[in-house]
Design a protein around this ligand. Structure first.
Ligand code: THU
Length: 139
C-alpha cells in the first residue's frame, strides 16, 4: 500500500469531521495487515471531554470489527474551509499514541503526518512514543 493512497483516504475522512466547537478537522486512515483501510474523523461534544480524535475513531472502528493488527496510519488535520487555509502537519495527541501502543508494534508501525498526498512526514510509533508502556509490560 503506498502512502499516497492512504493519505487520500485520510483526506476523505477529514471531510466527515464533526467539529462545531474547534472547527479543527482531522482525518485518519488506518491500514490493517489484512489490507483493509479504516477511516476516522474527530467527533466533538458540547461537553468537550467526550470528544474523540480521528485516530482513535479509526482504531475503534477496526477493533470493534475484530481487526487488531496494523501496518500504518495517515493523519491530516487543520482548519479546513477557512479562507486562508493552508495545510500543516497534524501530530497525534498523547492519548492516541497510547492507543496505538496497545495494538501496534512500536518499532514497525508507521505514522504518516500529511499536508498533501505528496508532502508528508513519516515516523515509527517508537519515535513518537519512546519507552512506551504497553501490553508487553503486563505479561
Ligand atoms: N484532534 C484529533 O482528532 N487528532 C489529533 O491528532 C489532534 C487533535 C482533534 C480533537 C479536537 O476535536 C480537535 O482536533 C482540536 O483539538
Amino acid at each position: 500500500m503506498d502512502e499516497k493512497k492512504l493519505i487520500h483516504e485520510a483526506l476523505e475522512a477529514q471531510k466527515m469531521a464533526y467539529t462545531p466547537y474547534s472547527n479543527f478537522k482531522v482525518g485518519a486512515a488506518l491500514l490493517s495487515k489484512s489490507g483493509k483501510i479504516y477511516r476516522g474523523c474527530n467527533i466533538e461534544s458540547a461537553s468537550y471531554t467526550p470528544t474523540n480524535c480521528a485516530e482513535r475513531t479509526a482504531f475503534f472502528k477496526a477493533v470493534s470489527e475484530g481487526d487488531m493488527e496494523f501496518e500504518s496510519i495517515a493523519i491530516v488535520g487543520g482548519f479546513l474551509g477557512k479562507s486562508d487555509y493552508s495545510p500543516d502537519y497534524c501530530s497525534p495527541c498523547g492519548v492516541c499514541r497510547q492507543v496505538m501502543m496497545e495494538f501496534c508494534n512500536p518499532r514497525t508501525f508507521r505514522v504518516i503526518m500529511a499536508k498533501t498526498e505528496e508532502d508528508y512526514l513519516e515516523y515509527t510509533l517508537e519515535e513518537l512514543l519512546p519507552l512506551g508502556f504497553g501490553p508487553d509490560n503486563l505479561r
